[in-house]
Design a protein around this ligand. Structure first.
Ligand code: SAM
Length: 279
């Protein structure tokens, strides 16, 4: 690899390594060599906005600009998500997981965590699933905590406003029930999640690598398509912490390419990427 790219901004191998170390320390995200173009592309926008010509200059700015560190982190997260992504998780919750928890919770209380919630599609899907499954069980106290490292996606999630193409996969009955169509020129083509769902969810910025301010225990934890970006040691620590924050009969859902095999023995596999806490 040439030491300096002939591109709009001066970017060396050393700059990439500096960025890789910084991101690894701050977020647990591992940037392998094949992410070099992605890193250049995403951070170039920041340099352009700030009127900076070289990555070395940008990196020295990061040393004492806390706000820019937030922008830097936001630029390097991958936020791909959708409503009812990996639908078998929600089928399992509806038919089995929630039914079991309903029987096991005489206090009628459920606590759910969507860790790495991105722009909110995941926690809103959980909320729809829970509301539908509990429709004939009145007076349940259900709270969903939805967290992400990236401040931009947390704000978007909180707003709960989506364009038509984001909800295309959801059936019409659900759209009618759980979304309100935007009115007027400004909101045409947009849909807002019903306040009934929003009221169940607390959105917060949280770095999973830091202290967790909540106390748990959670009955259900979703941590999907987040740990693929972490190394095995980080995954080990994280799943151990999840086990400590989970009720003994709790459920953990991970992403389609994620597995706890050789990572944690505190959970047992009970379905496709679905785990129960091991007792
Ligand atoms: C690919 S999205 C997955 C979204 C959703 N869970 C899903 O499966 O559709 C991964 C999310 O993890 C978040 N993330 C990455 N590292 C994190 C960390 N250290 N703490 C909290 N969130 C993190 C990213 O900001 C991103 O929004």
């Amino acid at each position: 690899m040439a030491s300096v790219y002939e591109r709009e901004f001066e970017f060396s191998r050393g700059d990439f390594e500096h960025i890789r170390d910084l991101v690894g320390e701050r977020t647990g995200i591992v940037l392998s060599d094949h992410k070099i173009d992605m890193v250049y592309g995403r951070l170039s926008r920041r340099l352009r906005q700030l009127g900076i010509r070289k990555f070395t200059e940008y990196l020295s700015r990061l040393r004492d600009d806390e706000q820019e560190l937030v922008e830097f982190t936001n630029a390097l997260t991958t936020n791909l998500t959708s409503f009812f992504r990996e639908p078998h998780h929600f089928d399992y919750l509806r038919t089995t997981g929630l039914q079991t928890l309903i029987k096991n919770r005489p206090n009628k209380k459920l606590r759910i965590w969507s860790a790495g919630c991105s722009t909110g599609e995941e926690p809103y899907t959980i909320a729809m699933t829970v509301k539908e499954a509990l429709a004939s069980y009145p007076n349940w106290d259900v709270k969903i905590l939805a967290t992400d490292l990236d401040t931009n996606v947390v704000n978007k999630a909180k707003a709960g406003i989506y364009t038509q193409d984001r909800v295309n996969g959801i059936d019409q009955t659900r759209i009618k029930k759980w979304f309100r169509k935007g009115r007027g020129d400004e909101h045409a083509g947009q849909l807002k999640v019903a306040s009934e769902l929003q009221d169940m969810i607390t959105f917060k910025q949280l770095n999973l690598m830091h202290e967790w301010p909540m106390s748990g225990p959670f009955d259900i934890i979703f941590c999907r398509n987040v740990v693929i970006y972490f190394n095995k040691d980080t995954q080990r620590e994280l799943f151990d912490r999840y086990a400590n924050y989970m009720a003994n009969d709790g459920y953990l859902f991970v992403g389609h390419s994620e597995s706890l095999h050789k990572v944690s023995d505190r959970f047992k596999l009970i379905g496709k990427t679905i785990y129960h806490k091991a007792r």
